[in-house]
Write a protein that binds this ligand. Sequence first.
Ligand SMILES: Cc1cc2nc3c(=O)[nH]c(=O)nc-3n(C[C@H](O)[C@H](O)[C@H](O)COP(=O)(O)OP(=O)(O)OC[C@H]3O[C@@H](n4cnc5c(N)ncnc54)[C@H](O)[C@@H]3O)c2cc1C
Length: 390
Amino acid sequence: MASNEKVIIIGAGVSGLVLAQILRQGGVPYEVYDRDDGTHWQGWAISLDKCLQSLYPLLPPDIQDPAQASPNYHSSKPDGFWVVNAVTHESLGVTENAPRGHPDNMIHANRDHFRKIFMQNVKVQFGKTFQKYEESGDGSLDVFFTDGTSTKGTVLVGSDGSSSKVRQQLLNGFKAAPSRYTSILGSVTVDIDLSAKLLGESNSGLLVADKDQKANCLVLDHNKDGTDLFCWVLAYKVAEYEKEHMWARMASPEELFEKAKERTAHWPDFMRETVKRTGPEGMYRPFRLLETVLEKDELPRGRVTLLGDAMHSMLPFRGMGANTGISGACLLGKSLLDGLKQDTSVDDILRAYEREWIPKSREVVLESRAAGAGDENADLSGGRIENGGP
Ligand SMILES: Cc1cc2nc3c(=O)[nH]c(=O)nc-3n(C[C@H](O)[C@H](O)[C@H](O)COP(=O)(O)OP(=O)(O)OC[C@H]3O[C@@H](n4cnc5c(N)ncnc54)[C@H](O)[C@@H]3O)c2cc1C
């Protein structure tokens, strides 16, 4: 790989941004494009743990520690969850967290806060929607955007999420499969008493196991006035899931709110109270949970590859999507930097990355699916409960 090779990254989610940081640190030319204007709410809480050991050594020293994204950073309280059986109202345990800097540490934070840290000193060109790429025989490629502009590079990374357009072109129209789950989601600011009940003995919030549905209710921010901002997601499965999903897409905030109350009517009082306080005004437009299971362990060879949800979107029941995306970014980033030093061809770098990461991430997609199939005693903590559980 020559030192003037330029990597074009489509998608400034956590995966694309981490790759950009690693390339920046290693002096590899790169450009990042995103269709958003940079102000869109991408939010929701995510937890990073499994990726941290690979991530920390590769991050440039001139950006903030990602741990600073956590709402608990300044209080030094460890992030962690409380897992509850919504049928029996029993506690299934509290996740344990290793101290900051320890390889098993977990950081739970508002996704937006993570993104802002990973965006530091990286120039993202917003308002650029990827349309198509064209590879030419001389090893270069042109990338075109819907606004009529284009750019040139030598490697293209599609980190454009679960509905990736780069993947669609690369794999002849391949689309992620819609899951059977319908999601309903809301956010609510709660007072200190209700917050204390939701946190239980944890500092980050609740994971809720139920028969045919799973949920989480997680702290996004501690407000200066003592209140806390929580977000919650309820993912449920019914026999006629296509019809249900259509309904959720068209439903008014009032209807979504009523549905959430109905589906949580058997939950503990404080959890029902949280849904009730959300009100129609706190409801968000439901999104479809998608799964990407790539069949082959390698992508069609050329100078295009995939990263993050574009390669392996999964159900959120083990909290592994971003972890896997960031670990993949570390692997790809490091492979590109090593390839530069050792003068390995781009073909060989991308092939080795895909052969390692496609099967590994496919396994995680399938494990996440299995976690959703668990009953009301399911450990949704991704195995993080050490001394608890049913
Ligand atoms: C409810 C829920 C909870 C979750 N909790 C966790 C958790 O605790 N831990 C965890 O590890 N994971 C979690 N995940 C998964 C995690 O959110 C995703 O795996 C992760 O955000 C994927 O990051 P990404 O960068 O690959 O893709 P994305 O974050 O989807 O970013 C893709 C980017 O590409 C841009 N884009 C899309 N199309 C185009 C285009 N045509 N042109 C230009 N730009 C484009 C988008 O604007 C976006 O910025 C959760 C997911 C959900 C739904």
